[in-house]
Design a protein around this ligand. Structure first.
Ligand code: ATP
Length: 679
């Protein structure tokens, strides 16, 4: 062990003891206990974690505390690099990873052989060297802590590095294959998509484009991972015809997928043939099935998971990481995911420090349903990606063949379904619908607080699923503890598994999200404009996306270039989120009545004169855009209308706004009035 390693070992013990005594929760202490120091190289402390999950927990939760403690003791600023390196110490292995879990997590897969690789970490804070990047390989034997020739570029520090694309995968800004369904060309801003699922019709399509189970249009093959890459060398290969969890590789009709579930790696980016389990199959690009299906990359050595990384400072370009979802779920999966929004996948999800933990947990759950964390409880503010993650779990689990049936439901739909089933004496069918699911994804559980009988029913649904080893994933705008009017027995159950919060994204992540959104929707906006928008809107990704759409639509209507001056003009009256008073449906309706010269009774009534229909639809649209109200709740405010009516209005106004200047102006004017009114 070199001096630095010795130094680190000594300092590490002292620093971790100090942290354990002072600041860390028992769970965090357990995570820390699982790590061990490897080496101190220049100003970077390298430590090993036994699995990707612990590594992610350390990186997302403990990094600041650890670096601060180490920096204080070593008298200089220390960076932290965490590698996944399974421990040889049987004691530690046995403690791993269950010990790192909350005591209530009952069924963590202790051996955790299939633990998901962590996201590649092109992170926000420079010089956040990526410990699991090429070179710092968890499985490399003889990690040369004392290596005198440690290259200055730490990324090049590798024993036998595969040709991993160092540039992060090549984000196809304007590559072929992105959806071109006219989604979101409205200038509205403040979208609330992701909630428009219609249980009756299965027509989940917030963007009004007629969702089908397996749409085309994923990023081109060139931007995807190749099989054989990024695999932990120590992992045994799965038997032929098996996916990582022992599931037979699906044979997709008409698609070129080898029986092993592994496709031959093309010459580019080939890794030195590590033996590893084949990753889930993944269909490429918009080639209508002509392209081979490739396994989604399961990167474990660099901890690579599906998802897009956020950015590092100075490099705001997002990088599409390999490992997306299979678009054709081989028949069975298509059913499983038919109500999921195809746009909400891990592939379209940008990872940053604010959501890294929740993303890692979501991947773990999709890859090992009911084995990793059950339930997984994701909570955070509005518009931060909870619904997106929920759907992504469904897509990914189905693409892996890990779930025969995935059921996504919002809590309000669950409640309505329950009430209707009671009324119609169809409780058996209701119970089958939810209790037969392999994965139940339930959104916005906070709305259960108001529904006592539904709480009771959900309690039994939860128990049945949990006892049957079925995965439950829950989202909420608050942690279970803060759901104060929820029955205790439910609250405690929500804490059985893993709690993962999502915070508002930092600037770099916001820019990366905008870049990705622009590329996906084929909206042109230069980087300085994206930076400007990202700097103005901080707390909601939904609002962020809305602002981008508003700016690009305005430019398009005026045939003007998208530049900062234009963006300033469009967003001038935009009160930063959180700064204004809370807006409710009543205010919106009153101001809309005022604007169009109609009465509240008219707005709530059923007359279909042109003026009234238009005013009603505009008001519904504004409720959707400017409040957190769900579709059913908006429907109630408009005289008890069905949520599908609200959805129709929302879609229609969005579509027409990009085409009709008067409508755009009306919406802009009304938005300003609503946002600027006194509380
Ligand atoms: N990390 C991310 N990367 C890319 N897009 C994101 C990300 N997070 C959120 N979004 C996008 O932001 C929008 C809002 O996200 P979503 O509906 O999932 O939020 P939410 O937390 O469920 O909000 P609410 O609590 O109001 O339902 C969606 O269009 C989603 O795709």
């Amino acid at each position: 062990m070199g001096d630095d390693a010795v130094n680190l070992a000594a300092v590490w013990v002292a620093a971790t003891e100090e942290l354990a005594n002072e600041t860390l929760s028992p769970q965090q202490q357990a995570w820390l206990r699982l790590t061990r120091p490897l080496a101190l190289v220049e100003d970077t402390a390298f430590i090993a974690a036994p699995n990707p999950f612990t590594r992610d927990a350390i990186e997302s939760r403990l990094r600041p505390a650890i670096t601060e403690a180490l920096s204080r003791r070593l008298g200089r600023t220390i960076q932290l690099a965490v590698a996944v390196q399974p421990s040889d110490d049987p004691d530690q292995v046995s403690a791993d990873p269950g010990a790192a879990l909350p005591p209530t997590a009952p069924d963590f897969p202790r051996a955790a052989p299939d633990y998901p690789p962590a996201p590649t970490d092109y992170r926000s804070e420079p010089p956040e060297y990526r410990p699991d990047g090429p070179g710092f390989r968890a499985e490399s034997t003889g990690y040369p802590a004392e290596n005198a020739d440690f290259p200055p570029d730490r990324r090049a520090y590798q024993q036998d590095a595969p040709a991993y694309p160092q540039d992060g995968g090549g984000y196809p800004q304007d590559g072929p294959g992105y959806p071109q369904d006219g989604y979101r060309h409205d200038p509205s801003g403040y979208r609330r998509d992701g909630r428009d699922y219609q249980p009756e019709t299965g027509d989940y399509r917030p963007d009004g484009g007629g969702y089908r189970g397996a749409p085309a249009g994923y990023p081109p093959a060139a931007d995807r991972a190749e099989p054989g890459e990024y695999r932990r060398q120590s992992e045994p290969a799965a038997p032929d015809g098996q996916l990582p969890l022992g599931i037979p590789a699906p044979q997709l009709p008409g698609l070129d997928i080898p029986a092993t579930g592994r496709a031959a790696a093309p010459p580019r980016r080939t890794a030195p043939a590590p033996a590893g389990p084949p990753a889930p199959p993944q269909r490429t690009a918009d080639t209508g099935g002509a392209d081979p299906v490739r396994p989604a990359a399961t990167r474990t050595d660099r901890g690579h998971r599906p998802g897009s990384e956020g950015t590092g400072r100075g490099d705001p370009s997002p990088s599409v990481r390999p490992g997306g979802q299979l678009r054709d779920y081989s028949g069975r999966g298509a059913d499983a995911v038919s109500r999921l929004n195809p746009k909400y996948t891990f592939e379209t999800f940008v990872i940053g420090s604010s959501n890294r933990f929740a993303h890692a947990a979501a991947i773990a759950v999709a890859e090992s349903p009911a084995k990793a964390y059950n339930p997984l409880f994701v909570y955070g503010g509005s518009g931060l990606g909870k619904t997106h993650l929920l759907h992504a779990i469904g897509h990914y689990a189905a693409s892996l063949g890990n779930a025969r049936s995935v059921r996504y439901v919002s809590t309000e739909e669950f409640t309505n379904d329950f009430i209707n089933s009671l009324r119609d004496d169809k409780m058996q069918a209701f119970q089958r619908r939810y209790r037969d699911a392999d994965i139940l994804l339930i959104d916005d559980i906070q709305f259960l607080e108001r529904a006592e009988r539904t709480q009771e029913e959900f309690f039994h649904t939860f128990n049945t699923l949990h006892n049957a080893n079925k995965q439950i994933v829950i989202t909420s705008d608050r942690s279970p503890k803060q759901l104060s009017t929820l029955e205790d027995r439910l609250r405690t159950r929500f804490e059985w598994g893993l709690l993962a919060d999502i915070q508002p994204p930092d600037l770099e992540t916001r820019i990366a999200i905008l870049q990705k959104k622009a590329a996906h929707e084929r909206l042109y906006a230069p980087l300085d404009v994206l930076e400007f928008i990202a700097s103005r809107i901080q707390n909601s990704i939904r609002e962020l996306e809305g602002a981008l759409i508003r700016v690009t639509a305005f430019a398009s209507l005026n045939r003007a270039a998208v530049d900062i001056a234009l963006a300033e003009e469009v967003l001038r009256d935009l009160i930063p989120d959180g700064a204004g008073p809370e807006i409710n449906s009543e205010q919106i309706m009153e101001l809309t009545c005022d604007y169009f010269g109609v009465s509240m009774d008219d707005l709530r009534g059923h007359s279909r004169t042109r003026v009234l229909s238009n005013a009603r639809q505009v008001a519904m649209y504004l409720c959707r855009e400017l409040t957190d109200l769900s579709l059913p709740r908006i429907g109630q405010a408009f005289g008890g209308r069905d949520h599908t009516t609200v959805m129709h209005a929302d879609r229609k106004i969005r579509r027409q706004m990009a085409e009709r200047r008067t409508l755009y102006n009306q919406i802009a004017e009304l938005t300003n009035r609503i946002k600027q009114q006194e509380p």
